[in-house]
Design a protein around this ligand. Structure first.
Ligand SMILES: [Fe+2]
Length: 323
């Protein structure tokens, strides 16, 4: 179930308390940080992409883990309280970091904002409303892909009830499919939702159609992909960050991570194949920044967590002839 990590361990512990009974009076509420007082770190990245004629800019954030709860979700009050403390970094609330990052996106020149999952930590109305209201101030188009926490609810985690009852609370910010495609004149942005460490057949089918279009593709996922270069730096850094000694670290897709099912394996093989039009993979989930080639040709950039103030501003520029 999701990341087996110190973070998940806390989540599980808090969930267990919730199931044994919780009460009101512990709702997480907004204090509201003063505008401009919230520190953020937006990393500027420049990536050359073969086949584009014009620069294209993406603002990418993930893992703000907003846990706002009110009377409408009283049964989650205790869990929300614990989670909001967990993701309050240096005394700053997760929702204030999110707001500051959206303000930064507004002030920048990006063509598209991608919300890379775990923006919300459980689909509580107060959290959904906060994100919806802030996104209404965004002066740029955005795509919101699902992480593993956005539509969980109490013990409902990728369950039928989570999909049927809680995911629809986020409907206004997505289009009801497991993937979203933004096609421009010379580039395609393809985002895939997280589905319990799997890619769904629906996503695979859409991706197969997308790669036929003969345009460079930028792929955004919540869970990163393990490089196939022989490098172990993602494995080592993950071990260190999550305090694990295990051979398998289930925070990315791959041999040393979550073993892909057949559909996910086929998807990853397509992404990494010689014929793949994927020029760049963007991901989150692990909560620390990591930038590395997945194979000889495809770069992956993983953003640090938005609850720490981290985000990426990626400038895609045309690749010069002969490089
Ligand atoms: Fe995640």
């Amino acid at each position: 179930m999701g990341i087996i990590s110190r973070i998940a361990a806390v989540a599980i512990a808090v969930s267990m308390v919730v199931t044994t009974g919780c009460r009101g009076g512990m709702h997480t509420g907004k204090g509201g940080a003063a505008a401009g007082s919230v520190p953020i770190t937006v990393s500027d990245e420049t990536v050359e992409v073969e086949g584009i004629d014009e620069p294209f800019e993406i603002f990418f954030l993930a893992d703000s883990h907003i846990s706002l709860c009110d009377d409408r979700d009283e049964e989650l009050a205790l869990k929300a309280n614990g989670r909001s403390i967990l993701f309050k970094e240096d005394g700053i609330e997760a929702w204030d970091r999110f707001d500051a990052l959206i303000d930064a996106a507004n002030a920048g020149d990006s063509d598209l904002v991608i919300l890379g999952g775990d923006i919300i930590d459980s689909a509580m109305y107060a959290s959904v409303d906060h994100v919806k209201e802030k996104l209404a101030t965004l002066n740029k188009p955005y795509v919101y892909l699902m992480g593993n926490h956005d539509f969980e609810y109490g013990t409902e985690y990728f369950s039928d009830k989570a999909y049927e009852t809680y995911l629809p609370r986020l409907d206004e910010m997505r289009d009801g499919t497991d993937y979203q495609i933004r096609e421009y004149e010379d580039i395609i942005i393809f985002t895939a939702d997280e589905s319990n460490n799997r890619i769904t057949p629906e996503v695979l089918t859409a991706f197969k159609e997308t790669v036929q279009k003969d345009k460079p593709v930028i792929l955004a996922l919540h869970v990163p992909i393990e490089p196939v270069t022989g490098s172990e730096s993602l494995i080592e850094e993950s071990r260190e960050f999550f305090g694990m000694q295990d051979d398998v670290i289930p925070v990315f897709f791959g041999e040393h991570g979550c073993t892909p099912d057949n559909t996910t394996r086929e998807f990853i093989d397509m992404v990494l194949s010689d014929e793949s039009p994927v020029a760049l993979v963007l991901a989150g989930h692990i909560h620390f920044y990591h930038k590395e080639m997945l194979n000889e040709r495809i770069l992956q950039i993983i953003t640090g967590a938005a609850y720490t103030g981290a985000a990426l501003n990626i400038k895609l520029i045309p690749k010069e002839e002969g490089e």
